[in-house]
Design a protein around this ligand. Structure first.
Ligand code: PMP
Length: 351
């Protein structure tokens, strides 16, 4: 290795799902198949480019206020960032600083490992059990912090709040981050536990249920003290984060609760239908509570199916990694998109 090379930080990079820009059936990165609230269009029409001359509000106050009203928490309990990836990166930097290994599941959102490597945070990864569930007792040992998504990704499994509480209770001295990117499709949010657990940080995103992945908005909710620490770190990196367009669009989307609820219902209805149809074709899958299904078929090779789908312009997700290489992760699209997927699968299985 050259002297130059020695001085460069090296990580195993995160590999995002493909983002084909032509017209395909895109069921590979858990986006929402429906547009954002029409209120977002309305405020976009009112954007004045002359206003871009000035910096945006570093405290993102219009969006913070809308989120605080929506979740019934104080404005000092909310931290916003450029997608929840940005929020989570700030959380790793801020809260996982003890030098002790942090814990996250073996099979989870693969960015956690990247951030840990990037920020030189030691980590240990307890394995999910046979049913792809987190074993909570694995998180009772001494550690430097805990993070997991609920529902987990890519397994789609949701754990109830008493399960989360057990983990919080056994980790009073470290920060526990519950990444709720998919919570709106699942059940009760851990936000209601924040008052009782001063070690809890919940993160959420506008990329899924609110249909704004391209706008890049995420947020954390916690007690005022932990939020203050996050802001101290954020302001040291990039004091402005969200741009003016994202701020007004985000505010408009949060205020349109009815549209949000209708969209979530459409997606969860399609998910339940999709489960039935997949079962009829002989697939097995976890009990998904997210906007995607983690499925495998006993008779067909997942990678071959993935390749054949892609050739027909249907994009789903597949990983080469050993334990899940027989699984496909299929995002819930519109009813029409799912019907096209099933037309393909039926033909594929007749061959
Ligand atoms: N957490 C999990 C579990 C995810 O799957 C994703 C999306 N890939 C994110 C966080 C990040 O989402 P975003 O940055 O779009 O908010």
């Amino acid at each position: 290795m050259s002297r130059l090379e020695e001085n460069i930080r090296k990580v195993t990079p995160y590999v995002p799902g493909e983002q084909p820009q032509n017209k395909v059936i895109k069921l590979n990165t858990n986006e929402n198949p429906y547009p954002p609230s029409p209120e977002v269009d309305r405020v976009l029409g009112e954007v004045d480019s002359g206003d871009f001359r000035l910096y945006p509000d570093p405290s993102c106050s219009i969006l913070v206020k809308a989120l605080a009203d929506c979740y019934g928490v104080g404005e000092d309990q909310i931290f916003v960032g450029v997608g929840s990836d940005d929020v989570l990166a700030m959380c790793f930097l801020t809260f996982f600083n003890s030098g002790k290994p942090i814990l996250f599941p073996d099979i989870t959102y693969s960015f956690y490992k990247v951030w840990a490597q990037l920020y030189s945070i030691p980590y240990e990864c307890p394995k999910l059990n046979e049913e792809f569930r987190i074993v909570k007792e694995d998180y009772y040992r001494e550690n430097g912090g805990v993070i997991f998504p609920n529902p987990n990704a890519p397994t789609a499994v949701y754990e109830e709040l008493d399960f989360i509480e057990d983990i919080l209770e056994h980790n009073r001295d470290v920060v526990v981050i519950v990444d709720e990117a998919y919570i709106d499709f699942a059940g009760r949010s851990a936000i209601e536990l924040i008052e009782r657990y001063d070690n809890l940080v919940v993160t959420q995103t506008f990329s899924k249920a609110r249909s704004m992945a391209g706008m890049r908005i995420g947020y954390a909710i916690s007690n005022p003290k932990l939020i203050r620490y996050l802001n101290d770190v954020k302001y040291s990196f990039n004091s402005y984060t969200l741009n003016k367009v994202a701020l007004v669009c985000g505010e408009a989307a949060v205020k349109d609760q009815e549209y949000f609820e209708n969209t979530v219902k459409k997606i969860t209805d399609t998910r339940e239908k999709t489960k039935k149809e997949l079962a009829d074709l002989g697939f097995s899958f976890t009990d998904s509570k997210a906007n995607f299904i983690f499925a495998s078929h006993p008779e067909y090779d997942a990678k071959e199916m993935f390749d054949a789908m892609k050739e027909q312009g249907i994009y789903v997700r597949h990983w080469d990694s050993e334990r899940i290489s027989q699984y496909l992760r299929i995002t819930i699209g519109t009813e029409e998109e799912m019907q096209k997927l099933f037309e393909f699968l039926k033909k594929y299985m007749q061959k």
